[in-house]
Design a protein around this ligand. Structure first.
Ligand SMILES: Nc1ncnc2c1ncn2[C@@H]1O[C@H](COP(=O)(O)OP(=O)(O)O)[C@@H](O)[C@H]1O
Ligand SMILES: [Mg+2]
Length: 248
């Protein structure tokens, strides 16, 4: 089972958009795929037309690892399953903190569904909280969308430094991709061209700023399903392929 976390200290950068589209593409590639929505805002849950309900709330869910399996629901795409989020997840940090070894809990929960899935995507809320730390410990690769500017890139570096400083997290591969690239802006063009060449950890495929992505939440469907022939869908397909080559 491969586990990818969509995570970044910054919000609004394209984590959920990437989680939903990459999970869809993994499913289309024949992988048994799970998307675990860890964000109380539940944007991935909403986009995939799944009811926002965590049975018993976040507190019950994290207390017993086997509850993860019981929380999994189907989506309209038969191969793609979701652990939905609802607003009860807003206290997940506190609920984890009550447990013995809280940082290991998400990995423990995923162990219980190991034989049911080939690919798991964790859609994290923004930040670097206890929940996210626990998610990263269950992760093979953390994928970070970076809007082409200095501060978002710095926040990727902060996350990378955090991983390096921890004996267990050091094993997590951190990869960035440029998100919402606007080709009309010189700086965006330059960063999309030079950054992947300069940095091993920045994928060469970027995701364009696209009105088709912006309206995804209106359609409540991944852009790769709703608008498969657009440049945005094409970019996600190539990003998925590149991610696969980096996870071998
Ligand atoms: N490539 C893109 N082009 C245009 N809008 C985008 C793109 N990626 C994300 N968005 C929009 O930006 C907002 C934040 O994206 P989202 O994926 O929810 O970010 P995050 O999960 O990091 O908070 C959403 O309204 C989304 O529709
Ligand atoms: Mg999100």
């Amino acid at each position: 089972m491969k586990v990818v976390a969509l995570s970044s200290i910054k919000g609004g950068v394209g984590k959920t958009t990437a989680a939903v589209n990459l999970a869809q593409l993994a499913t289309e590639a024949g992988q048994r795929t799970l998307l675990w929505d860890l964000d109380p805002q539940g944007a991935a849950t909403y986009t995939l037309r799944v009811g926002a309900r965590v049975p018993g709330g976040g507190r019950k869910m994290v207390r017993k690892p086997r509850r993860l399996g019981e929380s999994i629901v189907d989506t309209q795409n038969p191969g793609l399953k979701v652990v939905p989020a609802d607003f009860s997840l807003r206290y997940l940090d506190l609920e984890l903190a009550d447990l013995n070894k809280p940082k290991a809990q998400i990995a423990r929960m995923l162990d219980r569904v190991e034989d049911r899935f080939d690919f798991v995507f964790l859609d994290c809320p923004p930040g670097l909280t206890l929940t996210i730390d626990a998610a990263l410990r269950a992760t093979d690769t953390v994928l970070v969308p970076v809007i082409p500017a200095a501060l978002p890139l710095r926040s990727f570096d902060q996350l990378t430094a955090y991983l390096r400083a921890d004996k267990q997290l050091r094993k997590v591969q951190a990869l960035a991709f440029l998100s919402m690239v606007d080709r009309r802006k010189k700086r965006h063009r330059e960063m999309a061209e030079f950054l992947p060449a300069e940095r091993e950890t920045v994928l060469s495929q970027s995701i364009p700023a696209s009105v088709h992505i912006e309206t995804m939440a209106d359609f409540r469907s991944p852009v790769v399903v709703e608008r498969p022939k657009t440049a945005a869908a094409d970019a996600f397909r190539k990003l998925f392929d590149e991610l696969l080559t980096r996870m071998d």
